[in-house]
Design a protein around this ligand. Sequence first.
Ligand code: HEC
Length: 137
Amino acid sequence: MRAAPLGALLALACWCAGAAAQAQLPAGPAQDVASIERGRALLANRHETGCVLCHVVPGFAAGGELGPSLSGIAQRGVAAQLRQRIADARQFNPHTIMPVYGNVSGLQSVAPAYQGQPVLSAQGLDDIVAYLMAVAR
Ligand code: HEC
């Protein structure tokens, strides 16, 4: 499945502050072994993910400061937690400004073309986690 571009989601969707994030995280197991290279490409892609607009990410020259630096994130938790944070940061902070990448529940005003599609696939989440676990040490 093609993931919806973040731009569309950021521009057209907002979620209820405080809306209970349902624990309906994406799509079962990814199809491929997680790939650090694909994870890097996703992180770098401002259109699809925008991660570097808000975070300093090891391996990237420029990074934003709306969110915490991801330097050392691999040492602060396990891969599964990291994946959950990226998939749906509302589970940890219902008021977060971080977009929801791997869940479609509780989003509002999503353009019809993108409804029901998470920004990142299960594979994409795994790939980003693989990159961060390998590089953000
Ligand atoms: C609009 C800004 C924004 C974007 C885009 C964004 N984040 Fe975040 N992120 C945040 C903020 C703010 C936090 C701080 C925690 C909170 O708000 O709950 C955060 C927290 C995190 C954390 C936890 C950090 C910690 O120290 O515990 C991780 C990991 C993370 N983001 C990864 C990502 C990844 C990967 C992407 C892209 C797929 C991304 N973020 C995109 C704003 C953003």
